[in-house]
Each structure stands twice: as C-alpha cells, then as structure tokens.
Design a protein around this ligand. Structure first.
Ligand code: HEC
Ligand code: HEC
Ligand code: HEC
Ligand code: HEC
Length: 278
C-alpha cells in the first residue's frame, strides 16, 4: 500500500506516465512545449498563432540553418577552448547549428526579431515588438530564466562546435549504430527505480531526422562532423519519457524531457554514454 501511494504521488507530480516511444514514432509534439512561442503555446501577448515562425519561414529565409527565420545572435561568445585531448574551439568557431539555439538561449537576442514577418514579410529582420509571458513572468522578448539562459560564455558547457574525433575521450566509432549500444550491462538493474517499469533505461532509442530511429549512427547526430546543441537536443520533440527531470525542473508545466533526443533522457547517463564509451 505504502509503495502504491508513493508511486502514485510521484506520477501525480508530472501528471502522466512517461511515454515509451518506439521505433518509427515521429518525434513530434512541439506545439505543447515552451518552443511554441505563439498564442496556442500561451506565452505571447497577442493572437499570433504560428508556431514554426519563430524559427522557420517558407520563403525569404536567412542563412545557416534550414529555412531559418531568425536574426543571428549579435553576441560574441567565449567558446569552450581546449579539451584535455588538445582539441580546440576558437571563440569565433561556434557554428551555425549552435548559434541557432543561442539566438534565444544567449539571453540577449529577442525571440521576435524575424527575418520574414508573418503574411507579406520582406526578408529584412524586423523586431515585431511582441511581448511574452514565460512561467507567469512577463519577460518582454528575451530569455531571463537562469536555467534556460546558456549565456554567451560557453566555457562551462559541454563543448559545442567541437570536431568528433575517434581515439580521444573514449569516443565510439562514428559509424556505431546508436540503437545497438548496450546501456545497462553491469548495472544493478534492480535499482533502476521508476525506469525499471519501462525500457527507457535499458534500450537506446534516439530521435534522428524527426523519427525514433533504429538504424541511425553517431554520424547522423553530428552536424558537419561536429557536436552541436542539436546533437543532444531535438527542439521539436516533446520527449515525455524522462521522469527524473520532471520533479526537478523548475520551468514551465509542460513536460519536455528537456528536448533531449534520447528516449529516457539522460537516465543511466545514456546521452553521455552514447558517444563516450566510459
Ligand atoms: C525553437 C526553434 C524551432 C521551432 C519553433 C521549430 N523548429 Fe524546426 N528546426 C529548428 C532547428 C534548430 C533545426 C535544425 C535541427 C538539427 O540540426 O537537427 C530544425 C529543423 C527542422 C526540420 C529538418 C530536420 C528535422 O528534424 O526534421 C524540419 C522539417 C523542421 N525543422 C520543421 C519544423 C516545423 C514544421 C516547425 C513548426 C511546427 C518547426 N520546425 C519549429 C528549430 C525550430
Ligand atoms: C525562438 C527562441 C528559441 C530558440 C531558437 C530555441 N529555444 Fe529553447 N526555449 C525557448 C524558450 C522561450 C524556452 C522556455 C524557457 C523558460 O521556461 O524560461 C525554451 C526552453 C528550452 C529548454 C528547456 C525545456 C523545458 O522543459 O522548459 C531546452 C532544453 C531548450 N530550450 C533547448 C533548445 C535548443 C537545444 C535549441 C536549438 C536546437 C533551442 N532551444 C532553440 C526559446 C527558444
Ligand atoms: C553533449 C550533449 C549536450 C549538448 C551538446 C548540449 N546539451 Fe543541453 N542538455 C544536455 C543534457 C543531458 C541536459 C539535461 C541535464 C541538465 O539538467 O543539465 C541539458 C539541459 C539543457 C537545458 C536545460 C537547463 C539545464 O541545465 O537543466 C538547456 C536550456 C539546454 N540544455 C540548452 C542547450 C543549448 C542551447 C546547447 C548548445 C549551446 C546545448 N544545450 C548543448 C545535453 C547537451
Ligand atoms: C554527440 C556526442 C557526445 C555526447 C552525446 C556527449 N559527448 Fe562529451 N564529448 C564529445 C566530444 C566530441 C568531446 C571532445 C573530445 C576531444 O576532442 O577532446 C567531448 C568531450 C567531453 C569531455 C572532456 C572535455 C575536456 O575538456 O577534455 C567531458 C568531460 C565530456 N565530454 C562529458 C560528457 C558528458 C557528461 C556527457 C553527457 C551529458 C557527454 N559528454 C555527452 C562528444 C559527446
């Protein structure tokens, strides 16, 4: 009885049971996450219902990313620098795939400076002058929450725009098929806690190219041969499979699993151990 009540209370905290996404499922759900900045996401002050517009446009797009509708961040970044193995990322070496995320997560650039405005836009970046309410706080149009702001100093973050070399940092071969990587060999599987009831800890399923993929390799999550924000995160994937994070994340009520690509999020450090054979 005590156990049953405990389990119930834990589940009630995130209002739902973690989903166990399976191969072939679309990595969808952005409309019900904080990445829906439009009125149907509940953050914007007006009735702009478009979802994709904050990042993409069908025409007159900007450069760097697919059909990109965002002004590039104007911030200058401090990159990670030199790793123990001697791999170096220069300050001006932060690549387009990470700058795309940092064009909101730098805490400097506004959400609503769009390259192509809704309707008849023109391809010249314009600040739409919209305001947003995130987590009950009116934040105008820049990110303020401490956890969500990665900032402009990337020295305290996992290296991004870093080339994926083999034979350093216990990195697996680039052609390793992600789904074949064994996650729980040698662990006390009896201690998996709430993960034990699902296969989110024991198997290694990732969202790649918009689907939970059985045959994607590590190469497929690299961008231009490098690790970028989007190697670990899929900004469209409402990943409701990581129960661990839901009770600790002080952010919005939507459960996103922090947009991690891995089903089960970083349970058993599965995100880290997919690349690092530690
Ligand atoms: C918060 C920003 C953001 C929003 C909002 C967003 N996207 Fe994306 N999208 C990206 C980024 C960044 C990439 C490149 C990701 C990568 O490298 O994997 C991307 C890539 C894509 C791709 C190609 C890769 C893939 O995963 O399939 C498609 C298709 C796509 N987006 C469609 C959409 C549609 C449709 C919407 C609206 C329903 C949308 N996106 C909303 C940021 C966003
Ligand atoms: C158009 C602006 C925008 C872009 C571009 C953007 N984000 Fe976000 N992101 C947000 C907002 C707004 C939130 C909610 C922040 C908050 O709750 O304070 C958020 C939240 C998140 C969260 C926390 C999820 C949660 O449960 O609250 C993660 C992780 C994240 N973003 C990663 C990314 C990554 C990785 C990229 C690039 C692939 C990206 N974002 C691009 C606006 C953006
Ligand atoms: C090597 C994998 C990896 C890369 C690369 C990566 N992240 Fe993350 N990110 C994670 C993991 C794992 C978590 C959840 C752990 C945690 O809470 O810190 C996370 C959490 C977050 C969060 C939630 C805040 C937090 O710390 O809990 C945000 C926002 C975020 N990432 C944005 C980004 C952005 C923007 C980039 C690129 C500059 C990026 N991430 C690159 C793995 C990564
Ligand atoms: C997409 C592949 C990938 C994932 C996922 C990944 N890493 Fe890495 N990691 C790398 C690469 C590439 C390097 C750079 C290795 C080098 O050349 O020194 C690196 C470097 C590191 C370093 C060494 C930095 C230094 O200064 O030497 C640490 C520590 C690390 N990662 C921890 C983690 C942790 C913890 C996670 C999970 C949250 C993680 N990694 C997930 C690819 C990855």
């Amino acid at each position: 009885m005590g156990l049953a009540v405990g389990l119930f209370a834990e589940e009630a905290a995130y209002c739902g049971i973690p989903s166990d996404f399976t191969y072939g499922d679309a990595a969808s759900g952005i409309v019900d996450t904080p990445h829906n900045l439009g009125s149907t996401g509940g953050t914007i002050s007006n009735d702009e219902t478009d979802v994709c517009i904050f990042c993409h446009t069908p025409h007159h797009g900007g450069s760097g990313m697919p059909l990109w509708n965002r002004q590039s961040t104007a911030a200058s970044f401090k990159a990670y620098g030199t790793t123990l193995a001697g791999t170096y990322v220069a300050d001006n070496g932060v690549g387009a795939a990470s700058l795309a995320c940092l064009s909101c997560h730098d805490g400097v650039t506004s959400f609503d400076t769009l390259v192509n405005a809704p309707g008849k836009g023109g391809g010249t970046p314009v600040d739409m002058g919209w305001t947003f309410t995130i987590d009950g706080n009116t934040v105008s149009d820049v990110l303020t929450s401490v956890t969500a702001v990665i900032g402009t100093d990337l020295r305290n973050d996992h290296p991004v725009s870093i080339p994926y070399k083999e034979k350093v940092a216990s990195l697996r071969a680039r052609n390793t098929v992600i789904s074949t990587i064994e996650m729980t060999a040698g662990t006390l599987t009896a201690s998996l806690g709430s993960d034990a009831s699902s296969t989110t800890a024991t198997s290694n399923r990732w969202s790649v190219k918009g689907f939970i993929s059985s045959d994607a390799t590590i190469d497929d999550i690299l961008r231009d041969g490098k690790v970028e924000c989007s190697s670990c995160h899929d900004p469209h994937f409402k990943n409701t499979s990581w129960d661990e994070v839901d009770s600790t994340w002080g952010g919005p009520t939507e459960v996103t699993g922090l947009f991690l690509r891995r089903v089960g999020g970083n349970s058993v450090s599965g995100v880290c151990r997919t690349c690092h054979n530690k």
